[in-house]
Every structure is written in C-alpha cells, then in structure tokens.
Design a protein around this ligand. Structure first.
Ligand code: ATP
Ligand code: MG
Length: 216
C-alpha cells in the first residue's frame, strides 16, 4: 500500500494543501494521505500559532467527506519538538514493512530540508513527492538534491522524478499552482479582510466562531 504523509503546521489548512494532496494522491495512486500537524515545530515561532486542538479541528472539518484523507496526531503524542526524522522512523515502524511512505512537501519546504535534523536519513526512510509552489523553480530542486543529498540522483522522465541506486525516489509534481499560504490568510484575518474561497467554508466559519487570528 502506498501512503502519503503531508506534514505542516496547518495554521490554518487551506485549499493549497488540499488540492496538492488530491493531485499527488491521484498521480501516484496513493491509498491514503495522512495529514500530520506539527505539535511543536522547530522552525516556526510560537507567535501566531494557534493551539494544536484548533488546528486539528480545522483539519477534521477540511478533510471530512474525503475517504482518502486521514489525520494523525503522532507528532502530538511524541514527546518534545517534532523532528520529521523521528516521526517518520516511528511511522515506518508502526506501519511495518507492508507500506511505502511518500512524504509530500512543497518545493519551498523541500529546499529548507538541509536545515532539518538528520535530513539525509529521511532519504533512506521514505520517498518524497515535491510539489510546485509559485516563485520556486524546479532547477533549485535539482541543485539542492545533487549537492546537499547525493550526486547520484538522476532525473528519470518516465517516473517524473529522481532515481538513486540505494536511496528512495524523489518525485516532482507540477500540481495546479495555488498561490495561497497560511501566513497570507492570517494576515488578511488580522486586517479584517476576506478569506473566502481561500479555504473551506467550514474552516472559515470555525475561525470566525472561535475568534482565531484576530491579530498577527
Ligand atoms: P505558512 O505560510 O505559515 O508557512 P503554509 O501555507 O506554507 O504556511 P504549512 O503548514 O507551512 O503551510 O505547509 C505544509 C506543507 O504544505 C509544506 O510542505 C508546504 O510547502 C505545503 N504547501 C503550503 N501551501 C501550499 C500551496 N499553496 N500549494 C502547494 N503546497 C503547499
Ligand atoms: Mg510554509
């Protein structure tokens, strides 16, 4: 079984995340996409980060009705800061050898990988699916992979991804580019602007009801 993992702070979840997950699932025939919100992300400041419970609830509202999309609170269960290398190892252990894991990341996030703890180990644990994001070129992916991970990665047109003799595959997918980010949404909300059509209506309503993101 092929399983996608979509990590992030989801502060809040929006249509950019959901559409990317949908297109990747279809393209790679994934049986499931697991949305895994970070509990204590190492790279993001706590300022403006709403509680795990709020982010979880918004994820539930956004993914309800799509049987392919499931949630995992693994990063909440694990003690301390959420490092992907630890989460992924744990997930690989729990799920046994029967599942192939595909870690889905935006190109912006993938380029930051060299700042992550033990990031090279990730390439022995799971495949990557890097999705396009406005303003980031696929050439930067090529350069990062070959200089920061391994020079033995080479692009294969048939799989639309980078193959390696011993490490896992790094797929690249030109998903529909939606120039939506959680930070833009938070900024709009703090300014009292409209966020309609950037995220699911139920999530927007929850934000209003709970009075989230009223200031940056
Ligand atoms: P922020 O603006 O706070 O950084 P974000 O919108 O980038 O938020 P994250 O929770 O940081 O959302 O992202 C989780 C994952 O989803 C990352 O891998 C990121 O690259 C990807 N992602 C976020 N927005 C989009 C989008 N519009 N299209 C494709 N991928 C996205
Ligand atoms: Mg981001």
């Amino acid at each position: 079984m092929a399983v996608g993992i979509m990590g992030g702070t989801f502060n809040p979840i929006h249509f950019g995340h959901l559409r990317a997950a949908e297109e990747v699932a279809e393209s790679l025939q994934l049986a499931q996409v697991i949305f895994m919100p970070a509990a204590k992300p190492p790279h993001k400041s706590e300022v403006g980060l709403v509680s795990f419970d709020h982010r979880w609830h918004m994820l539930e509202l956004a993914t309800a009705g799509n049987p392919l999309f499931v949630l995992s609170d693994l990063e909440y269960q694990l003690p301390g800061i959420s490092y992907s290398v630890e989460t992924l190892s744990q997930l690989a252990k729990e799920r046994g050898g029967s599942e192939e894991l595909y870690f889905v990341l935006g190109l912006d996030a993938f380029l930051e990988l060299p700042t992550w703890k033990s990031y090279r180990e990730l390439f022995s644990l799971c495949h990557f699916v890097v999705v396009a994001r406005p303003g980031f070129s696929p050439e930067s992916l090529d350069a990062m992979l070959k200089t920061q991970v391994s020079a033995s990665y080479s692009f294969d047109f048939q799989v639309q991804g980078y193959l390696h003799p011993s490490l896992h595959t790094v797929y690249y997918r030109e998903v529909t580019l939606l120039d939506i980010s959680s930070s833009t949404i938070r900024k709009l909300l703090a300014e009292g602007g409209s966020v309609r059509y950037l995220l699911p209506k139920k999530v927007e309503e929850y934000i209003q009801q709970q009075g989230l993101y009223q200031q940056l």
